[in-house]
Structure formats: C-alpha cells, structure tokens
Ligand binder design. Structure first.
Ligand code: ZN
Length: 68
C-alpha cells in the first residue's frame, strides 16, 4: 500500500561520477536516468537539468515552428 519506490521519479545520484554538462560544463549531480559508461571511458553527452530543459524547448520550437 505504499507507492514510494517508483524508479522513474527517483533521480540517480551521480555526484561521485564527476560528470560535466556537455553544454555549460557545470557539474552534473543528479540524472533522471542511470548513466552508462561507454567504451571510451565517458558517459557520452550528458546535460545538466538547466541545459536539458533549454534543449528540449529549443528542439520543440525549432522542429515544429513553421512560422516564417
Ligand atoms: Zn548545463
């Protein structure tokens, strides 16, 4: 009867992994998903919350815009 462990809403603590945002270069402390280490020793392109939000709205606006 308790809905406390919902994996999707639980941010992963990645502050120990030393991940930097690929956009602004700040430290990324938490992620909404679990990062996977790639063969080249990086986690790929990871963005902080701020940049993620910005990118999402940019993508939306640019992708469907159609206002010339
Ligand atoms: Zn950032």
């Amino acid at each position: 009867m308790d809905f406390q462990d919902r994996p999707r809403s639980q941010p992963h603590d990645v502050s120990t992994l030393n991940i930097k945002c690929a956009e602004c270069g700040c430290d990324v402390k938490t992620l909404p998903f679990e990062p996977t280490l790639k063969e080249d020793g990086t986690y790929g392109r990871i963005y902080c919350q701020d940049c993620n939000r910005k990118r999402r709205s940019n993508f939306r606006g640019g992708f469907r815009g159609g206002r010339y």
